[in-house]
Design a protein around this ligand. Structure first.
Ligand code: NAG
Ligand code: NAG
Length: 436
């Protein structure tokens, strides 16, 4: 009896221990099972952009560009973004690119699938319900974080939950239409409510990495204030891609998504038309408030700063992107509302991070020469600092905002490198400890 309650207290007592013991505890493999399980607040994890699976179903209205892409018509749901080796094995890469594509509909200011293509995200709620599609980097999709959480007593499906999303759509700010996210946010709220109910009405921790950090933040900002106060214990963002933006997405949009979506044999250029059709591609463009007049793209004829991104879209042959950029992305760049829940933001710094792209001959099919600055390898330091400043200024967020900069932690590795992961787990334990 006495020992059980001691075990429950362990995560809390850990903070009273000298640092070396604490770190040993987190990394060691001899820990008692279910330590502190009764004390833990449920946690929902939201992974980066490459992680969530997507299923598709083709109906009679689907008009494939080549007949073989219609092979799955009327055959029910199948995993279209689930196993990238499978795409190759079934000679489905071209059909995949077509069926994943979105269309921007100006009449509703929202994105939708091609006619006859229905999609859904499977495994909602399950922390192991998503995974990296690149077999060489399974650690990119929170696998090590999930293992570490289990070592401190979290249990998948009970206290540890996952909220995969449709990777093609970007989360809206309050008031913006998004059919996909309206459904997703409602499901997410139910997930949180159920988890809370199962655990004596404990509040829930929301954790998001990279683009999942963006999704997590907008999930909270889109929820009614009273709901947030009732259910959210803490919002923890690791290397979030926020609306202040960064330079790397400009390169991906111009020259194709390098290293972002792994499809064997497909080149960045061959994935480019599909990638450009996603809202995700322009969601994190560098914002004027943060990047100002500094040239971001440099060519022989002219430079493009954050103010010139519409001209840049035209220059790379993507004029179709201008209207959604203007109507969906720009308003996000000017939306600074704090989430008004306790929040910790963890970023890596001190890594070579693209700051300017030199496309000297304006050949956007080639990779640019890159001028580097500071950041986490993807996200620019200026962008992180702008978010910190904004959150630190708002009276009702100020006292409940913590920013942590980890020197040399890289964008993806911040949730997989042992030392950085330890720090992230420490913050999750810390969030559990703070009483509210
Ligand atoms: C993915 O697909 C390949 C090729 O079809 C198959 O060999 C492999 O077992 C699949 N992997 C998983 C995790 O299902
Ligand atoms: C573009 O920016 C670079 C770097 O700031 C500068 O040296 C160059 O003169 C600019 N070019 C034009 C055409 O404005």
């Amino acid at each position: 009896m006495a020992s059980t309650s001691l075990l429950r207290l362990l995560p809390l007592l850990l903070f009273l221990l000298p640092r070396p013991f604490r770190e040993y505890y987190l990394s060691g493999s001899h820990q008692p099972k279910d330590v502190g399980v009764g004390e833990l607040h449920p946690i929902v994890v939201v992974p980066g952009v490459s992680c969530s699976d997507l299923e598709a179903r083709l109906t009679e209205t689907y008009r494939p560009s080549v007949p073989r892409c219609g092979a799955m018509k009327g055959k029910g749901w199948f995993g279209i973004w689930e196993n990238s080796s499978d795409l190759l094995a079934h000679d489905y890469v071209q059909c995949f690119e077509e069926q994943m594509s979105l269309v921007y509909d100006p009449a509703i200011n929202d994105y939708r699938n091609l006619p006859g293509v229905e999609t859904r995200v499977p495994n909602f709620g399950v922390a192991r319900g998503f995974h990296e599609k690149n077999p060489f980097h399974p650690e990119w999709c929170l696998t090590r974080l999930i293992e570490a959480l289990e070592r401190i007593g979290y249990r998948d499906g009970d206290t540890l939950l996952g909220a995969p999303y449709d990777i093609r759509h970007a989360p809206p700010i309050p008031g913006q239409p998004s059919e996909v996210y309206s459904r997703y946010f409602a499901r997410f709220r139910r997930l949180v409510e159920d988890a809370s109910k199962r655990k004596q009405h404990k509040k829930v921790i929301i954790f998001g990495h990279s683009f999942g950090g963006n999704v997590a933040l907008e999930f909270v900002r889109n929820a009614p204030m009273a709901w947030r106060q009732k259910y959210i214990k803490h919002l923890i963002l690791a290397a979030p891609t926020l609306s202040a933006g960064f330079v790397d997405p400009v390169k991906n949009l111009a020259s194709g998504p390098y290293n972002l979506l792994y499809v064997p044999t497909a080149t960045a250029l061959s994935l480019r038309p599909m990638w450009r059709s996603f809202e995700t591609n322009i969601a994190n463009f560098p914002s004027p408030a943060v990047f100002g007049d500094t040239p971001i793209v440099i060519t022989k004829q002219r430079n493009y700063s954050s103010h010139d991104m519409e001209d840049f879209l035209a220059a790379i042959g993507f004029s179709d992107g201008i209207e959604p950029f203007r109507r969906r992305t720009l308003p996000k760049m000017h939306y600074f509302e704090a989430p008004m829940v306790p929040m910790t933001c963890i970023n890596g710094v001190g890594n070579r991070t693209p700051q300017q792209l030199v496309y000297w001959e304006s050949d956007f099919d080639e990779l640019p020469e890159i001028v580097y600055g500071d950041g986490d390898g993807d996200i620019n330091l200026v962008s992180m600092l702008a978010f910190d400043k904004e959150m630190g200024q708002q009276p009702r967020q100020k006292g409940q905002f913590k920013s942590i900069k980890l020197d040399k932690a890289q964008h993806g590795a911040i949730v997989s490198d042992e030392w950085a992961l330890k720090r992230v787990i420490q913050e999750i334990l810390e969030a559990n400890r703070i009483s509210s």
